[in-house]
Design a protein around this ligand. Sequence first.
Ligand code: C5P
Length: 242
Amino acid sequence: GRTAAVVPAAGRGERLGPGAPKALRDLGGAPVLVHAVRAMCQADEVSLVVVVAPPESPDAVRAMLASAPLPAAVEIVVVPGGANRQESVRLGLAALPEEVDVVLVHDAARALVPAATVDSVVATVRAGAPAVVPALPVTDTVKRVGRDPNRPAGAPEPVVDTVDRADLRAVQTPQGFDRSVLAEAHGNAAEGLGGEGATDCAGMVERLGRPVVLVPGHEEAFKITRPLDLVLAEAVLARRET
Ligand code: C5P
């Protein structure tokens, strides 16, 4: 079978501050999305990348990727996205040809994931795991807070609990899947059977009761979310180029 990557890139990126959709912002001379697509192309097995563009600008994204320096050996398809990440991923999955049997889902915002991380996710799926997620230990101590609807805005938040950090992992993308398992998870979610509140595809597979396993992630696979993340990403790129 063939390995494809679906890259949801339809988010507005509001936490990054005002401006273009996040995937189209500049990072070291190229849009964030071009870096993310290049990262997928550099993986050994990926021969197709489906980019899910902001619904209002698929043509602009198509033109932008056509003129970007990307390996010609990898096919790139652009489809318009949806109202939330889950819907965008579903629209990307719908564009996959039949021969694809392993699917990666990769956030455009994790633009600098190293190829070796992508390769290890694919290899673990090919070895038989239905769902594979790159993850790192959590370095911050994490506390749970109560949800008190009567607490005035801006008032200090009461702590309910401290979660044992040793049991936590921060997950990244690309998440890799056996195609039929991911299609089933998204099919159920589209019918309102358990996609609500899932912030990643693996979470939807967990709700199917199928096993999800973790492989080591990479610190350079961080998600570009806030302005400081762009500063860090520029620094990572500059270090790679020297
Ligand atoms: O908002 P967040 O950073 O969690 O978004 C993760 C990824 O999902 C981003 O790459 C974003 O572009 C994508 N997304 C999407 N369609 C949406 C919302 C987010 O493709 N409607």
